[in-house]
Design a protein around this ligand. Structure first.
Ligand SMILES: C[S@@+](CC[C@H](N)C(=O)[O-])C[C@H]1O[C@@H](n2cnc3c(N)ncnc32)[C@H](O)[C@@H]1O
Length: 216
């Protein structure tokens, strides 16, 4: 098995999880503020992945690092069953509140967990995605091992990140430069996924990149 950290260091590149040590804020009081800001302008991301993954009422979708749950509710509006997991309680509290205010057609479920330890049996989900979150995963190998375990063979996986200019810092660095998206596609392949398709998209003023693949 390829160790992502070692691989990226050898390539002298930023790994796709370059903010993996920058997560404490999500779980503390400032997490509520982060959750609020993430309710703004993210609907386009949720609609995009729901469309790219062809989500239908027959799907069981897993959203890793779901934040306040925008994409979960959009996917559930197709009638699908959708599970949001996040290690930050403020995010899950906001997600539950917003879902109570405007419940979607399908079933939603919220689980307090990180990508490295997903409390679900093997082969549970037909679709899994992670939006603006992979760059925060502390351990890419552990996270992808779990994605592979809980996704059914033939299941679709999508990682979405904001397009980030190479060498960006501050808020602008919270996404992927083109080489990080390509690197993530290669890493996915090493984890038993089909070679990922890297695509750029924009909706409104938001520019994002997706890496989409299927578990073989
Ligand atoms: C920038 S937010 C994105 C939230 C949501 N996906 C969205 O697009 O609105 C990043 C999310 O990743 C979550 N996160 C941090 N560490 C994580 C981990 N180890 N596993 C899964 N998610 C994690 C954070 O708690 C946060 O909710």
């Amino acid at each position: 098995m390829l160790l992502c950290g070692t691989y990226c260091e050898a390539m002298d590149q930023l790994p796709p999880n370059h903010h993996g040590d920058n997560n404490a804020k999500f779980g503390g009081p400032i997490g509520y503020l982060c959750a609020l800001t993430m309710t703004i302008g993210r609907r386009g991301d949720g609609k995009l992945v729901t469309k790219l993954a062809n989500v239908t009422a027959n799907d069981h979708v897993l959203d890793i690092g779901c934040g306040p749950g925008t994409a979960v509710r959009i996917a559930a509006s197709t009638g699908a069953t959708v599970t949001g997991v996040d290690p930050a309680q403020p995010m899950l509290q906001m997600a539950r509140l917003l879902t109570k205010i405007r419940p979607p057609t399908g079933t939603t479920e919220w689980i307090h967990a990180g990508c490295e330890d997903i409390p679900a049996p093997d082969d549970t989900y037909s679709v899994c995605w992670s939006l603006a979150s992979v760059h925060h995963w502390p351990n890419l190998d552990a996270g992808l091992t779990e994605v592979r375990r809980v996704l059914r063979p033939g299941g679709r996986f999508i990682a979405l990140e904001k397009q980030s200019p190479p060498g960006a810092d501050g808020l602008a660095s919270h996404g992927w430069a083109p080489d990080q998206a390509d690197r993530f596609a290669a890493i996915l392949h090493d984890f038993g996924f089909e070679l990922g398709q890297v695509e750029n998209h924009h909706h409104g003023r938001r520019k994002v990149v997706t890496v989409s693949s299927v578990l073989t």
